[in-house]
Unconditional design. Sequence first.
Length: 300
Amino acid sequence: MIIDSHMHLIRKENFDKPTYDRLGMRVPEDTDLDQLVSWYKAAGIDKCVCMGQDMSRIWNSTFGEAYVREAYKRYPDFYIPFASLEPIDAAGRFHQENYDEFERSIEEDGIRGVLLTPPYGQYNSNDKTCYPFYQLAQKKGIVVQYHHSAQMGPAILAPIKYARLENLNDVMIDFPDMTIIVEHLGYPWAEKLFVLMTNDPNMYADLAMTYWRPEWLAWNLVLARQYGVLDRIMFATDYVAYDYDAFGSNPTEDLLKWIDVVQNGLNEINKRCGWPLLTQDEIDSIMFGCAAKLYGIEVK
């Protein structure tokens, strides 16, 4: 079994082309949903945690919030839906409209979490303006997932100061029962993330977009075991669109490469470097076990 704990569903119409043109970036093309599901299933992936990505505050774009709900209705056994709603509006105020939509999505759409991206929105995750969202998430048992890492490419409109992991220390203290996931292993501050994870058993991480730095990834998973948090780290693809960013024209090939990194490649590096090998139980936990426990998925 394989569970992708973090991928995106998009519609081209939800991106602001003038903003992307100004930044010299290409707006991704739509992916046919049936084609996307077939690519994932061909790679052996059984379930996906899917989400949009609200970047309205700075980028004037969302990935396609309504599309996530549509996809879940069509493939309820394949997708686990998240919302993505920025808690702060363009004027720096509490975003009441998004809060109301967050509450509605919990009650009516069956969402299991919400994605927040402070560097893209240029706000701090410990800004008290965000706290009503956290209060609701904690009360309803909703996961709060963060892009709380540096850009792995050009830091366009995503200043690194908003990605400081210290900000999450305040959040986890003020909301001790809220489940938190940090994407991308908190790149490049993985060890700092592991320290936070030792302080909060409700904090998790994923491996999205780390696979082409395999030595970095291998060593940091060795450290994660040392800190006792390896069992809270999950496989993720961060899919956005084919022929875009890390994905080629046949995403199945990319997915299979990344799966192989975790299942085989990391231990090849560990053996070469004299580092402890990942056990099969640890690999299984990364590939599906941790996510299955977190989302109550039966493992067959």
